[in-house]
Design a binder for this molecule. Sequence first.
Ligand code: NAD
Ligand code: TYD
Length: 346
Amino acid sequence: MRRLMVTGGAGFIGSNFVRYMLEKYPEYFILVYDKLTYAGRLENLEDVAAKFAGRYAFVKGDICDAAAVEEAARTYAIDTIVNFAAETHVDRSLMEPGSFIQTDVYGTFVLLETAKRLGLERYHQISTDEVYGQVLTGRSKESDPLAPRSPYSASKASGDLMTLAYWESWQVPVTLTRGSNNIGPYQYPEKVVPLFTINALDDQPLPVYGDGLQMRDYQYVLDHCEGIDVVLHRGALGEIYNVGTGSEMPNLEMTQIVLETLGKPASLIQHVEDRAGHDRRYALDVSKLRALGWESRHTCAEAIEKTVRWYAENAWWWRPIKSGELYQAYYAQQYGKRLSEKAERR
Ligand code: NAD
Ligand code: TYD
């Protein structure tokens, strides 16, 4: 395993993973294959292109395009695919589920077919704790039944099942990881921690859905990357591994940490209309990955603080996104009515 194709490598977790792997393994070559949707940005990899010239290449392409995927894999003599490419935001999946089914289900099938046809050494699927559905008590183990409740998580669950089917049916050498909520540098500010941070930096309201007591395990993105690395090198074929801190906190506590880190007042918090079908709690049992020698290095609180500081220091990265038409149109659609209803009631 030396020549990796990282699909979705221009996105948040993918770009952090590419940097992490190129630094850790000097003998590895990485091809990033990415469609560059709104969430995929070459800025996320700017330093990588400069620092690892000769060991890194980029191809713009869709994972649903079988011919283009195969051509890229052959051209760069790829032996491993790590698939981060996906539509990833629950709120967008409630607005337009079709693109989620296309990329997260059909695209995963295309990559698996490629891995099978080319006889690759490994296909690794990046998945999420959301496939277990909401877990009101206890912690999800890898053997638990899947009970996704949003179009996003239903699409991801389908991708997981297809990945396992290729192992069972044809022994395509697959592994899977299911991560909890990732936070850190280069996360598109539609997800809650970067969105709340850049709003707070601009003294704008923080729209908390419903009562804000939903529980999430906010893990630092590089802890997740390290977990994926461990599974790639020491995981068993056909197996699933949960990756998270193994503890979770209510959204209001996360919000409080964002505000305290920036020295901003609690009056910025605005409770708004809840997300449809909002999962109340995710919680992972991570003992299977720990048994391989992996350990999360940050608590949720440490991960949030570190992330908030990165956004405070890197306005060059998020300011152009925030002021762009695409983001503003999305923000108006998702929050315009929610925030104005709230203002009217006061
Ligand atoms: P992201 O939205 O930041 O990035 C997704 C990337 O995939 C982008 O670069 C985008 O351009 C690319 N992409 C989308 N559709 C594509 C297509 N059809 N062909 C090629 N490229 C395409 O996402 P992220 O947060 O970095 O998530 C990466 C993976 O990790 C996803 O599979 C997601 O389900 C999973 N995951 C995310 C989290 C999280 O908290 N962000 C947690 C657990 C698992
Ligand atoms: P998000 O970052 O969208 O991740 P996910 O839904 O995949 O867990 O949301 C994290 C939590 O924050 C979730 O419980 C929904 C909540 N949330 C808000 O309260 N307000 C917001 O504006 C957003 C985007 C999320």
